[in-house]
Write a new protein. Structure first.
Length: 134
């Protein structure tokens, strides 16, 4: 009887550890034109079990996560689109060491909320100091 209990316990423990094992995401992508998030190339309506809603708020594409937002060390997060991106979490946000966020801009064009780039200026003459401590 004891042996049967131990085998059942081991099998149950193995099943729980296999089911509870975190899913490793290689690529998480946000598209600010379509409002679609994809995980490993597949459109997703939740973030590993956390419900998600999308909407455009003041011209900004917002992805609202209704719970914890957790990025693990192997996550590579990217985005494309003409709108700025907002990630909103209803609870904690955790970003593990090694997680990469790659939000590139295109030159001086504001993309994904990066703002307009500065213009180039040539150097001018040196300024002069004030007189009498002013």
């Amino acid at each position: 009887m004891r042996r049967r209990f131990l085998l059942l316990f081991c099998a149950t423990g193995l099943f729980v550890s296999l089911v509870a094992r975190p899913v490793l995401a290689d690529a998480i992508h946000f598209n600010t034109d379509t409002g679609v998030m994809s995980i490993n190339g597949n459109a997703a309506s939740d973030f590993f079990g956390v419900s998600m809603q999308t909407s455009v708020v003041g011209g900004i594409q917002q992805f609202r996560f209704l719970g914890d937002l957790t990025f693990i060390g192997s996550d590579v997060v990217t985005a494309t689109g003409s709108r700025p991106l907002s990630l909103w979490s209803g609870d904690d946000v955790s970003i593990a060491s090694g997680a990469m966020f790659n939000f590139d801009s295109a030159g001086h064009i504001a993309i994904l909320g990066g703002g307009n780039g500065g213009s180039a200026r040539s150097g001018a003459g040196a300024g002069s100091g004030g007189a009498g401590g002013t």
